[in-house]
Design a protein around this ligand. Sequence first.
Ligand SMILES: [Mn+2]
Length: 339
Amino acid sequence: MRNFCNGAVVLTDGDLIFYYSGFYVDDGYLVICNGKNHLLTDGRYIESAKKQAKAECYLQSETSLFDLLKTLNVKKIGLIYDYTSAKVYENLLKSGFELYDYTSEHNELAMVKSTEQLTLIKKSCEICEQAFLNVLPFIKEGITELELSAELERNFKRLGAGVGFKTIVAFGTGSSVPHYETSDKKLEPNTPILMDFGCVYKGFLSDMTRTLFFGEPTDKFLKVYDLVKTAHLTAVDKITAGTICKQADEIARGVLRDGGYDKFFTHSLGHGIGVKIHEYPSLSPKCQAVLKDGAVFSVEPGVYLEGEFGIRIEDTVTLANGKCLSLMKTDKNLLVIKG
Ligand SMILES: [Mn+2]
């Protein structure tokens, strides 16, 4: 029987292969053609792939990508440019295929989560939050940032998940660096603690940040905390299905501006979350994307005062029936741990 396809999508990124086939490989190709998945991988994966992937599976040593594309009679190939190597792009181009960027089609599809995907993300958020609650008793003078992050990550695994991304635990002035490198710094009295963490449950991520205080917070810290909390709660309250990303960012940024701290909010309000921790859309001052029901994203306003402290409050949220709902239950009030 002649297999006629013409157009296909070729993916090489492990997370995206997982998104479309339900199976993660970091070395292989997923070819989607006429609504059918074809997965090419090697001997390390093939046994599990045949059981788990929603795809026809092939050993790369027996069937090359080019053999398969030829068999399927593919002429035109969609690639997700941000997640395709220049080498793959060049090899396909040299072989005479017409290439196009499949990114926007993928983004619109991946932004809206299915019921099944949402269930996994909710579980991921539940584990993330439980792990956070479990580590609170470990916060004592002398513990290091790395020890606290290890405890958090140990809890992800105990609760059935994996580490979603590089955990950030920042004590004191380290908290003013939004993507701080967790170190062996020891916890001292009267110190803010910023923790940014997330787990991965059956391929789907969660993302959460809490800023706590160990000891006695200053009036300035309390004032800025309150402002960031108001920015967070106002954004969750006002974002709806139909909100343009830049408007969503402005809701929180406006609150910080009214308080005089918007110039210390040095990143975007949030980002889509799914099989990757940073997905489309970006809730940034420039993004024109429209948020839709079923979207899952972070809301994470922050204020970073160099040499003093940083405060960020982040939840993973979703849009359902037009409204923005947090998938995290712990409240956003400042948690003060007495030294
Ligand atoms: Mn985040």
